[in-house]
Design a protein around this ligand. Structure first.
Ligand code: URA
Ligand code: CA
Length: 433
């Protein structure tokens, strides 16, 4: 097989075979196929697309390029949730204990990464003592015992995706639906999930800005999952404004606690109940989505979801007393209110820009070397559609700097108050199975 022939084949719109795709991915991973040939191929894919079969083959070739996590020692159907990424998205922290309280095994592999706030692991480090550096064996034991544990990312998961993603980044081929879908799905499958619930975000704060693009990505991922034997479904949810109120690490842990108590923000609660219902249903713990939802509401009401969160934290060395007293988590030195400059209705909260404001405070990493300040961030006091009077707070700023002029300016530019009444955006756009 010669790479040049395969590039030509794809360039001319023909379908690559399973063997050909394996040859490409293996050769790229071991270095025998150079970057310049793979970049020509990804550009051909960008224009010609990939068939359903090619997408499944690409995904599995990437899965097989590195380690695959074996979760077979964990009892039950392992359902993983993946979000395509948004601002202030606290769902993982809520969903883990919530579905685990119903006996759904949550074997979560999580990372740090760049962004407006830290990843799930960073957020959990706001809990003193909590750590994810555990051996595989302990991880599996914990999931069997408590139904929930989190472990740090294995170093050699989907190396082909790592190389390919970096190459796409500098060859203008990130934005190809088959390549994005394969990239995301390969990581979930390598991490050992039997079934996958996808939360595809749409709107200003999301990777996919329009509903049409989000739907196309969701369908592509659902079809890959189902084609390779993992039951997969997707929810398309709104990210035109940040999710919930809190954007920051300790602040989001507190928001997750509130939500597990049944006192969380309406949108975060609703999204968790929607995604959670699908997880419980796919794990075969309920015979319908409606039944799953009732079960989830019950474990919030009777306190067992919150109790599960405590057990999860203390099992991995964390101080679970923060659940009853969140002020034991890192606290910012200063708070400031962003006061509305006029009466009206909040019409826009540009999610990614507001996320960047939180990052400027230190809540997230701008580069891999940045150090996160777990205490700082933002708490929205108004969401889109809410009424506000001049002088009332739009946002509380939690900072360890006394000077937050730049942050305030950014927030004023990106939180728009209009004189006309505005409807709150739709939270759940579509469900794709
Ligand atoms: N996220 C990923 O993991 N991969 C992509 O290709 C795009 C977004
Ligand atoms: Ca939030």
């Amino acid at each position: 097989m010669r790479m040049v022939d395969l590039i030509e084949k794809k360039r001319d719109g023909q379908e690559l075979t399973t063997e050909e795709i394996k040859f490409i991915i293996n050769g790229y991973t071991d270095g025998s196929i150079p970057d310049y040939q793979v970049s020509a191929l990804t550009m051909a894919i960008f224009f010609q697309g990939m068939t359903e079969k090619e997408r499944a083959d690409l995904t599995m070739a990437m899965v097989e390029s590195g380690d695959q996590i074996d979760l077979s020692q964990i009892e039950g159907i392992k359902v993983d949730k993946h979000s395509t990424g948004g601002v202030g998205d606290t769902t993982t922290l809520v969903l883990g204990p919530l579905v685990a309280a119903l006996g759904v095994p949550v074997a979560k592999m999580s990372g740090r990464g760049l962004g407006h706030t830290g990843g799930t692991i960073d957020k959990l480090e706001a809990v003193k003592g909590f750590h994810v550096e555990i051996e595989n064996e302990e991880f599996i034991e914990l999931v069997n015992k408590n139904k929930i544990a989190v472990i740090g990312q294995s170093g050699n998961l989907t190396p082909a995706d790592k190389k390919l993603y970096a190459l796409r980044d500098v060859t203008a081929t990130v934005n190809s639906i088959p390549l994005i879908a394969g990239s995301i799905m390969s990581k979930k499958i390598a991490a050992g999930a039997d079934a996958i619930v996808l939360d595809v975000k749409t709107g200003a704060g999301a990777f996919m800005k329009t509903i049409d693009d989000s739907r196309e990505l969701a369908k592509a991922m659902v079809s890959i999952g189902n084609n390779v034997g993992r039951r997969t479904m997707a929810v398309i949810s709104d990210m035109s404004q940040p999710l919930g109120f809190a954007i920051g690490n300790a602040l989001e842990v507190k928001e997750a606690i509130d939500t597990l108590k049944g006192e969380g923000p309406e949108d975060l609660t609703e999204l968790c109940l929607t995604l959670g219902s699908h997880m419980v249903y796919l794990a075969e713990k309920a015979s319908s989505l409606a039944e799953a939802r009732t079960m989830l509401e019950n474990v919030i009401k009777d306190g067992s979801a919150l109790e599960k969160f405590k057990v999860f934290l203390s099992s991995q060395g964390g101080d679970a007393s923060i659940v009853d007293d969140p002020s034991k988590m890192p606290q910012a030195q200063f708070t400031f209110e962003l006061e509305a400059k006029e009466d009206g209705y909040v019409s826009e909260i540009v999610a990614d820009e507001v996320g960047t404001a939180a990052m400027i405070l230190g809540a997230g990493r701008a580069t891999k070397e940045s150090v996160i300040d777990l205490a700082v961030g933002l708490v929205l006091r108004r969401k889109i559609g809410d009424q506000v009077k001049k002088g009332e707070s739009l946002v509380t700023i939690y900072s360890n700097f006394e000077d937050v002029k730049e942050v305030k300016e950014k927030l004023y530019e990106n939180i728009i108050v209009s004189s006309e009444k505005v409807e709150a955006p739709i939270l759940i756009h579509e469900e794709i199975t």
